[in-house]
Design a protein around this ligand. Sequence first.
Ligand SMILES: Nc1ncnc2c1ncn2[C@@H]1O[C@H](COP(=O)(O)OP(=O)(O)OP(=O)(O)O)[C@@H](O)[C@H]1O
Length: 119
Amino acid sequence: MTHLGSPHDAYDFIEQIGDGSFGTVHKAQHKISHKLVAVKVMKKKHTTIEECQGQFEPKLLDLLPAHINIVQLYDSYLSPNCELSFIMEYMDGGNLYQLMRERRHHNLPFNHCELRSIL
Ligand SMILES: Nc1ncnc2c1ncn2[C@@H]1O[C@H](COP(=O)(O)OP(=O)(O)OP(=O)(O)O)[C@@H](O)[C@H]1O
């Protein structure tokens, strides 16, 4: 379900944590519950709810069964300035590239079990 309105009304944006091909990702905190979330603000502008609901990523996340290795999608917003934002579970471990660099730096290669869970 996409809400009409800005995610800034419900969340305090803390910092930008990523920049992908399709959107920028921010760490944010719900103003009432204080729960930390990741907000992905899509680069492409959208004008209608129907257009937002046709997006591939949220459709896929909705279809997948709950799993600890799959980020949960909580909500989405369509702002008056035509920005579409997804509110997602916040993962605080960094991305795979950062993890690989850190492990290499400490000379700690992944074992078979870890590789299987990543792939
Ligand atoms: N749910 C999340 N919790 C914490 N950080 C996240 C979350 N989602 C994305 N990020 C951070 O934001 C970065 C960009 O994510 P995004 O999904 O926009 O692109 P990507 O999948 O990394 O790259 P691309 O879309 O270009 O293939 C990620 O690399 C990660 O560091």
